[in-house]
Design a protein around this ligand. Sequence first.
Ligand code: IMP
Length: 190
Amino acid sequence: MATNKFYDLDEELGEILISAEAIQKRVKELGDEITRDYRGKNPHLICILKGACVFHADLMRAIGLGISVDFIAVASYGSATRSSGEVRILKDLDESIEGKDVLLIEDIVDTGLTLDYLLKNLSTRRPNSLRVVALLSKPSRRLIPARVDYMGFEIPDKFVVGYGLDYDQRYRNLPYIAVLKKEPEGGARS
Ligand code: IMP
């Protein structure tokens, strides 16, 4: 019997950077902090597809308040390691955010270009408040300052997969964050 249920990925994955236990502990802490900060309010959690889907699903269950959710999908062009800053909305929100207390849920902030674009775009839609929650950040890669209000972990400049993050649409189902052995070439965010 296999001891590692991801036995078929062993060849491609490097070290586990953040364990499943460490992620769950941090998600609970972030949920508690948001619950305290938004007491008396009903935050509207916007998931940036697809990478933030796992984090979004866990975080909403760690928040002890009435919440609502929506989803947005964007594509940014450039290579997987060098974003061009050109961002396009592939799927827009279903509902208006006017007057809502919006929490934008991102998987990882890399150059900061995607977040900058989305914050500018969403703030024109007159939310009551707009804050950012990011599971991961690679501060050494920033091309533009990014305002992250709730941060999970800062990581070094390595390409990581798991817990929603993919390479070529794979690895999203890993419960931990692992380094991809080979730095990917080409592609766009997803
Ligand atoms: P940026 O901040 O505009 O450069 O882009 C952030 C997006 O790039 C993230 O939401 C991911 O989709 C993707 N990305 C950046 N670094 C990684 C990584 O290490 N693994 C997987 N996706 C990444």
